[in-house]
Design a protein around this ligand. Structure first.
Ligand code: FAD
Ligand code: UDP
Length: 390
C-alpha cells in the first residue's frame, strides 16, 4: 500500500497532534493528519482579532493547567507559558463577587467579617440539612458543600442555564471539582502549573507537527469517500488509523446517538479598552440569558502594547442541547448515555487497526492536559504496537 502513509490520524486536536509527534519522533514513520475543519488544534484553536489585538479562542476560553509532570515537560518542548493565573468573577443581584466561593465571597454575601473558622461554622450549619448524606445529585451536592443561601445565589441558576436540566437530576460530579475556600485565595485552579502559550495556541500546535514526515489535509472528512483518506479505503488497505472523531458517528449511529451539549457564542464589541476588568465574568442569575462572558484581551495583559487601547471584544456564552450538526462540547453522560457508550466502546475495541482516542472518540469531558496524557499513554500502549505490527 505504497500510496498510503504509515499512519492516518483523524482529527488535528491535541490527541491527534500528540500521537503524530510521538510516532514521528519514536519510529520515524510518515503520518497524515486529516481534519474536517479548516484549521489544526481542534477545540483549543485560537486566532488573532485584528481590530482589538485579542487572541480569540474560537471554541470557548481555554486555560492550560496541570499537575502532571510528564505533561508539563512535554508541552514546554513546544511553547513557553505566560504567568497567567485564572481568576473568575460573578455578577449576582447587582454586585460583583469573587469566585470560586471563598472567604471574600462569603463575607461580601453576608455583609460580614467572619474569620475562616466562623465562616466554616456558619456554612456547616447551613449545609446541615444534608449532614451525613452522600449527595446523590448536583442540588444536594451544592447544598452540602456551601449551604442553601450560597447555593441558590451562585450555583442553582447558573447550572440551570448551563445544563437546562433541573439540578436535582444532574450528577453531583459536575460541581465536585469546584473548590470552596475558607480563605481569600481566589485562584480558580489548584494545579501546580498554569499559564497561556506565549505566542498563542496555534503557534504551539504548529510547532508540535513541524516535521516533513507529518502532512495535514484540512477540510477533509473521514467519511467522505471522494477523498483518499476515507474510512472505507483505509480499512480495506489495512492502514493503521487513530480516530478522534465522535465514536457513534464512526459506527453510523448503529446503536443510537450519544448526547452532548453545545455552546453558542455571541460576539459583542465595545468602544472602550476594557469592559469587565477581568477575562471571565459569570452571570449567576436567571435574568441574564447567557452563562458567562469572556473578554479575551484580558487573558494576555502582557501583550498590552499590541492591543487596541480603545476597543475590546467580548463573547457571551449560551449553552444548549446539541443536534447532530452542532459542535459537541460537553458530554451529557446520563446513565443511558453511559450504557450506550459502553456498547460503542466494545465495538471500538474490536475494530482492527483503529485506535479510538480523545474526548469525542471516548465520549468524555477532558481538559487539555488529560488528553495529552492519554495520547502519550495510548501511543505507548496501543499505537506503537499497531505500527510495529506492519
Ligand atoms: P478535539 O479538539 O475536539 O479534536 C478532534 C478533531 O477531530 C476536531 O478538530 C474535529 O474537527 C476532528 N474531526 C471530527 N470528526 C472528523 C471527521 N469525520 N473527519 C475529520 N476530522 C474530524 N481544556 C483545558 O485544559 N482548559 C480549558 O480551559 C478548557 N476549556 C474548554 C472550553 C470548552 C467550551 C470546551 C468544549 C472544551 C474545553 N477544554 C478545556 C477541553 C479541550 O478543548 C479538550 O481537552 C481538547 O481540545 C480535546 O482534544 P481532542 O483532540 O480530544 O479533541
Ligand atoms: N458552576 C456554577 N456557577 C458558577 C460556575 C460554575 O454553578 O459560577 C457550576 C456549573 O454547574 C458548571 C460547573 O460548576 O457546569 C463547572 O463549572 P466550570 O466553570 O468549572 O466548568 P466549565 O463550564 O468551564 O467547563
Amino acid at each position: 500500500n505504497n500510496e498510503y502513509p504509515d499512519l492516518v490520524i483523524v482529527g488535528a486536536g491535541l490527541f491527534g497532534l500528540t500521537v503524530a509527534q510521538q510516532a514521528v519522533e519514536k519510529l520515524g514513520v510518515n503520518v497524515r493528519i486529516i481534519d474536517v475543519r479548516d484549521h489544526i488544534g481542534g477545540n483549543a484553536y485560537s486566532y488573532m482579532d485584528p481590530e482589538t489585538g485579542a487572541e480569540i479562542h474560537k471554541y470557548g476560553a481555554h486555560l492550560f493547567h496541570t499537575s502532571n509532570k510528564r505533561v508539563w515537560d512535554y508541552v514546554n518542548r513546544f511553547t513557553s507559558f505566560t504567568d497567567y493565573v485564572h481568576r473568575v468573577y460573578a455578577t449576582h443581584d447587582g454586585e460583583v463577587y469573587p469566585l470560586p466561593i471563598n472567604l471574600g465571597t462569603v463575607n461580601q454575601f453576608f455583609r460580614a467579617h467572619y474569620t475562616p473558622a466562623e465562616a466554616k461554622a456558619l456554612i456547616e450549619e447551613q449545609a446541615g440539612e444534608l449532614a451525613g448524606t452522600d449527595p446523590a445529585n448536583l442540588n444536594d451536592q451544592g447544598i452540602s458543600l456551601i449551604g442553601r443561601p450560597l447555593y441558590e445565589a451562585f450555583i442553582k441558576n447558573y447550572t440551570a442555564k448551563q445544563w437546562q436540566t433541573d439540578p436535582s437530576e444532574l450528577p453531583a460530579s459536575i460541581i465536585k471539582r469546584l473548590p470552596v475556600r475558607f480563605n481569600y485565595n481566589n485562584r480558580y485552579f489548584k494545579d501546580t502549573w498554569e499559564g497561556l502559550p506565549v505566542d498563542g495556541y496555534t503557534a504551539w500546535f504548529e510547532k508540535m507537527i513541524d516535521d516533513p514526515r507529518i502532512e495535514v489535509s484540512l477540510n477533509t472528512d473521514f467519511f467522505d469517500e471522494s477523498q483518499p483518506y476515507n474510512k472505507r479505503a483505509l480499512l480495506e488497505a489495512g492502514v493503521p488509523v487513530v480516530y478522534t472523531g465522535p465514536v457513534d458517528r464512526y459506527f453510523d449511529y448503529d446503536l443510537g446517538e450519544l448526547k452532548w451539549r453545545t455552546v453558542d457564542f455571541k460576539e459583542v464589541r465595545y468602544d472602550e479598552g476594557d469592559h469587565f476588568g477581568c477575562p471571565v465574568m459569570n452571570f449567576s442569575d436567571a435574568d441574564v440569558p447567557y452563562t458567562r462572558a469572556i473578554e479575551f484581551k484580558n487573558f494576555n495583559p502582557e501583550r498590552a502594547d499590541q492591543q487596541n487601547p480603545d476597543k475590546t471584544v467580548v463573547w457571551e456564552e449560551y449553552s444548549r442541547f446539541a443536534d447532530r450538526d452542532d459542535e459537541p462540547y460537553y458530554p451529557i453522560n446520563t446513565e443511558a448515555d453511559k450504557a450506550l457508550y459502553a456498547q460503542y466502546k466494545q465495538k471500538a475495541a474490536e475494530e482492527p487497526n483503529v485506535v479510538f482516542g480523545g474526548r469525542l472518540g471516548t465520549y468524555a469531558y477532558y481538559d487539555m492536559h488529560n488528553v495529552i496524557d492519554q495520547a502519550l499513554t495510548a501511543y505507548e500502549e496501543q499505537i506503537e504496537p499497531m505500527l510495529k505490527k506492519d
